[in-house]
Design a protein around this ligand. Structure first.
Ligand code: FES
Length: 197
């Protein structure tokens, strides 16, 4: 406890101990309250000024969706949209780590100029197997029980009961990183509420 007090004092947050030997219970109570206030203040300011926090700040996507995250490649590196698009062919569907690090397909548009503004979660809606993209057949084919999905993730053949889950895809204005966030609006493929929410 003494070392903590010293630490706080070294931060200039505590008054030095009084030499007045007449301290009574009231002043002790005030000191305790002040100490608590200072600890709270110290905690808040420490959190804000920690180098780690400063370093992590750019990793927070500029989005109102608190569960947004950056897309990552198989090595766990955050993907930069411009570089990613430049490295892929038109209409490409490649797996990345998306929301909650789940395998997710990012899609390049027809003229290879940008990403689609939605991505497809690669987990089959039947029992959750990862569905590979068949470039030749232009569809997703589940290896577990034979379900297939079209290029937009709609079910072509069961037993999969539902389409592939959507996620929003955006680009962070400052860093250029690919931002993913949950799709909670109407599923534009079915005009229905998303089954995954
Ligand atoms: S898990 Fe995909 S069809 Fe069963």
């Amino acid at each position: 406890m003494q070392s903590q007090s010293y630490s706080f004092q070294s931060q200039g947050l505590l008054r030095p101990p009084s030499s007045d030997t007449k301290n009574n219970a009231d002043s002790s109570e005030i000191d305790r309250r002040q100490l608590l206030q200072q600890i709270v203040l110290f905690s808040v300011t420490s959190f804000i000024t920690l180098p780690e926090a400063a370093a992590a700040a750019p990793l927070i996507p500029k989005t109102t969706k608190s569960t947004a995250t950056f897309a990552k490649d198989k090595f766990g590196s955050v993907l930069i949209a411009e570089q990613y698009v430049a490295s892929k062919p038109a209409r490409d569907r490649s797996l990345v780590f998306g929301l909650k690090d789940e395998p997710t397909y990012l899609i390049i548009n027809e003229d290879k100029s940008s990403l689609f503004t939605f991505a497809l979660n690669a987990e089959c809606s039947h029992l959750g197997c990862i569905v590979p993209w068949n470039e030749f057949e232009k569809k997703f084919e589940c290896p577990c029980h034979g379900s297939t999905y079209d290029a937009m993730g709609n079910v072509l053949r069961g037993p999969a009961p539902k389409s592939l889950t959507l996620a929003h895809v955006d680009t962070d204005e400052e860093s250029g990183k690919i931002v993913m966030s949950p799709w909670t609006e109407t599923d534009f493929r079915t005009n229905e509420s998303p089954w995954w929410t």
